[in-house]
Structure formats: structure tokens, C-alpha cells
Ligand binder design. Structure first.
Ligand code: ARG
Length: 464
């Protein structure tokens, strides 16, 4: 049997394998809400423009509402023979309201319909990501404020570099997540033009009003070129690009959680809520949630790459290739949402181990830069020379197997006679972080005020 929706010139049905490769209903049923909203806006516009009768538009609207209820109640029977969500809904509409259903597709094509549906879905998803990321920022800013003065080692090359504070480290991620949110918001702004009414590719001869449907669906304006309207998948790729970068940030944090919670570091404690045991090694507390957040990045970047490869080299306008835009995007955003929620959970759960952090902060000659800066400031030494002198003092400490504070004044004066015992005052970790008061620096005072600034901005946002 040929397809009842488009089978006018077909005498035979598709081969089973054709149906299998062609059908998208298995995944695009996720778009049912957007599809129904788009159809309702379209029908109302057609009636207002006198293209279909008001009575038909009413029947269509009532029928679509009934279908929405059926789908939400789990009573709707999706059919693979009907290919996709658009034809499944239209076919059911015909069963429910009869011939009036056939008027809905006037001045429209599945090409502009699917572009509209998917844009609406991506838009909703961007909003959901933004909210989830805001919650993560709140959790991070609160942690930062609570531990603004907690010293810890700061690393470069994963070698002890200079002491920083735990709060400062948390705020680094608040900044990164802030940029991620900005990218999602940018993508949303560019996305928000209505493709509906571009029809198959060339527009339509019916006197439609695309501004009406744009407004009804919350778009800023209609898209300006019908060919572009049905061929554009930039909006998905751009949202996936924002998702990829966000996932990269989450995975970097996840990696730090894995390192920090290891027995060798013990910088933080994660409770039983975010760790698992081993079936064979009783001592273990594995940071599985962090590891999985780190790993989800692969499928999110994969989805972006996959769609970029699908789109590359496609001629205008719609090509069936573009049906491959959805499945991996759905998966990617579902994964990202889960990763964000798990990260927020871990931030709320983690407790910095104060004593370990403090001890680690002072090891590895972490205050060597403070010593060099002291030589510059107090002895008016050029920084390069101060670096050299400090290096020789570090070598003494290293040979003796002690920290810088334990190098004697006599030993220091052997390297440079002008050094006085005032130098010891800058060699402690607390002094070191307290001195880093330059804008954006790690001093507890700075961190407290930056954390407050974020807490206030986020609270204001939540009230708005
Ligand atoms: N299921 C299709 C997709 O997701 C809808 C558009 C199909 N258009 C067409 N002319 N066959 O891309």
C-alpha cells in the first residue's frame, strides 16, 4: 500500500529496509509538543488570513489539543509507516476531525515544519541548560565564599606553583560557567527567527503572515530567505558548540575532583552520596560521578562533530541527510544536563580537607616567588637577579630536605649578604596569599568580595 500522506503517484509501498532507514519517528516523537504548537500557530494564522475557514481552524485546534493529551497520557500509537512525528500527528488528526485536517498543510511543508519544531526544541533546551548552569554557579559561589581563606597549592604543570585559596579555585569555574551561559544566550539570540512559512524551499503563493506565526511562537521575527530557512542547521551546531565547551569545562573540574579525592592528595572529601565502593577492594571510594562527567564530554563533542560532517557539502535546500541532526543532539543535551546536575551535586557535597590543603600549600617551595619579590622590594634587586638568588636558596633547602622557612639566615646570607631576617615574614603560606591583592588575585579579601559579587548577581537574576 502506498503512503496515505504523500502516496498519490506511488503504486507500491516501500521496501521494509527503506521504511527502516527512512523513519525518524523512533526519535523525533520527542518533538511532539513543538510540532503541535507550530501547527496551532499555523492554523490560526491561515484562518486569520482567510486562507482556511474559521470552523476548520477550530476543528484543527481542538483535534491537535486532543492529540497532545493522547500523547501525554501515553495513549498515542506511533506508526513507523508514517515516518515521522509530523505525519503521525497529521494522520491522527484526520482520524479525529476528518477532511478539515487536510487543510492544515496549506502553505507549509515538512521542511519548514521540522526546522521550526527543532528550533523550538533547541530553544527550550538552551533555556534549561542556562537554568541548570545558574544553579551550578550558585553552588560554586557559595563554596567559594565559605572557603575564601582556605589555602591550597596552586599548580602549573601539576607542580606546586604558588599558594592560592580554595575559594579562588571555585570562582575560576564560576567565571568559566558564566562564559558558557553567555555562549548559550548568544546562540539563542541568533536562533530566534521563525522558519515557518518558508514552505518547501521557495515560499508560497498563499497570502500568509509569517510575522503572526513568529509572534505566536515567541520568535523575534521570520527568517528572511526561504532557502536558508529550510537548509539551516547552524542553530543546532552552535548550541552543540556551546555544549561542547561547557562539557570541556565540566570535565576539567571533574578531573580535579578525581585527583583531589585520591588517597595521594586527599584535598577534598566526597560523601557516600557521590562515591561508590569496589566489589573487591574494601578500602576504595571511587569518584564515579566525576569520572562519568569527565567522560560524557566525548559524546557531546561527538554530536557536534557528527552534525558538522553531515552538513558539510550539502547543497541547498533541504536534504534528507538533515534528518540526522536530531538523535545525537538529543543525546548530547541529555548528557550535558545530567553532567551539570551531577557536578552541582558534587560541589554541594565536597568538603575541603583544611589541614591537608594547608600542608600541601606550603610544600614544594611554593613561596619561592614571595622570596624573590621580597628581594626586589627590599633590596631593590632586578627581578632576574632575585630569581637567581632565590633559586640558590631553594637548592639549599632542597639539598637539606627542608622547606624555605627552615633555611637559616646564615645560609641565606651566604647566598646574598644583604638578606635580613625580615624575609621570614613573607615565607608563610598565609602571608603569601594575603599579599596577592592585585585585581583578580587570590587574596582572601579579594575572593570574598568576588564571591559576594557573584552571589548578589545570581540572587538578583533568580528574583527577576
Ligand atoms: N523527518 C524529516 C526530518 O527530520 C522531516 C522533513 C522531511 N521532509 C521531506 N521532504 N521528506 O528531517
Amino acid at each position: 500500500m502506498s503512503n496515505s500522506m504523500w502516496g498519490g503517484r506511488f503504486s507500491e509501498g516501500p521496501a521494509a529496509i527503506m521504511e527502516e532507514i527512512n523513519a525518524s519517528i523512533g526519535f523525533d516523537q520527542k518533538l511532539y509538543r513543538q510540532d503541535i504548537a507550530g501547527s496551532k500557530a499555523h492554523a490560526a494564522m491561515l484562518a486569520r488570513q482567510g486562507i482556511i475557514g474559521a470552523d476548520d481552524a477550530e476543528k484543527i485546534t481542538a483535534g491537535l489539543d486532543a492529540i497532545l493529551r493522547e500523547i501525554e497520557a501515553g495513549e498515542f500509537k506511533f506508526s513507523r509507516a508514517l515516518e515521522d512525528i509530523h505525519l503521525n500527528i497529521e494522520s491522527r488528526l484526520k482520524e479525529l476531525i476528518g477532511d478539515a485536517a487536510g487543510r492544515l498543510h496549506t502553505a507549509r511543508s515538512r521542511n519548514d515544519q521540522v526546522a521550526t519544531d527543532f528550533k523550538l526544541w533547541v530553544r527550550d533546551t538552551i533555556d534549561a541548560m542556562d537554568l541548570a548552569l545558574r544553579d551550578l554557579q550558585v553552588a560554586l559561589a557559595d563554596k567559594a565564599f565559605a572557603h575564601a581563606g582556605q589555602v591550597m597549592p596552586g599548580f602549573t604543570h601539576l607542580q606546586s606553583a604558588q599558594p592560592v585559596t580554595f575559594g579562588h579555585h571555585m570562582l575560576a569555574y564560576v567565571e568559566m560557567i558564566g562564559r558558557d551561559r553567555g555562549r548559550f544566550q548568544d546562540a539563542r539570540r541568533r536562533l530566534n527567527e521563525n522558519p515557518l512559512g518558508a514552505a518547501a524551499l521557495a515560499g508560497t503563493s498563499f497570502p500568509i503572515d509569517r510575522f503572526q506565526t513568529a509572534q505566536a511562537l515567541g520568535f523575534d521575527r521570520p527568517t528572511a530567505n526561504s532557502l536558508d530557512s529550510v537548509s539551516d542547521r547552524d542553530f543546532v551546531i552552535e548550541a552543540l558548540a556551546a555544549a561542547s565547551l561547557c562539557a570541556i569545562h565540566l570535565s576539567r573540574f571533574a578531573e580535579e575532583i578525581v585527583i583531589w579525592s585520591s588517597a595521594q592528595f586527599r584535598f577534598i572529601k566526597l560523601s557516600d552520596k557521590f562515591t561508590t565502593g569496589s566489589s573487591i577492594m574494601p578500602q576504595k571510594r571511587n569518584p564515579d560521578a566525576a569520572e562519568l562527567v569527565r567522560a560524557k564530554t566525548g559524546r557531546i563533542i561527538g554530536a557536534q562533530t557528527a552534525l558538522q560532517i553531515v552538513m558539510k557539502g550539502l547543497p541547498l535546500a533541504y536534504q534528507k541527510d538533515m534528518q540526522e541532526d536530531k538523535e545525537q543532539a538529543f543525546d548530547a543535551f541529555e548528557s550535558l544536563e545530567l553532567a551539570i546536575a551531577a557536578t552541582t551535586g558534587m560541589v554541594l557535597d565536597m568538603e575541603p580537607e583544611a589541614a591537608t590543603l594547608k600542608k600541601a600549600a606550603g610544600s614544594g617551595f611554593a613561596t619561592a616567588t614571595d622570596l624573590a619579590d621580597w628581594l626586589v622590594r627590599e633590596l631593590n634587586m632586578p627581578f632576574r637577579e632575585a630569581h637567581h638568588v632565590t633559586g640558590r636558596i631553594v637548592a639549599i633547602a632542597s639539598e637539606r630536605g627542608v622547606e624555605l622557612t627552615k633555611v637559616t639566615l646564615a645560609e641565606m646570607q651566604a647566598v646574598h649578604p644583604a638578606i635580613t631576617d625580615a624575609v621570614y615574614s613573607v615565607l608563610t603560606v598565609d602571608k603569601s596569599v594575603r599579599s596577592r591583592t592585585s585585581y583578580g588575585g587570590t587574596s582572601p579579601k579579594n575572593v570574598r568580595s568576588q564571591a559576594k559579587r557573584w552571589q548578589r548577581a545570581l540572587a538578583r537574576e533568580m528574583k527577576a
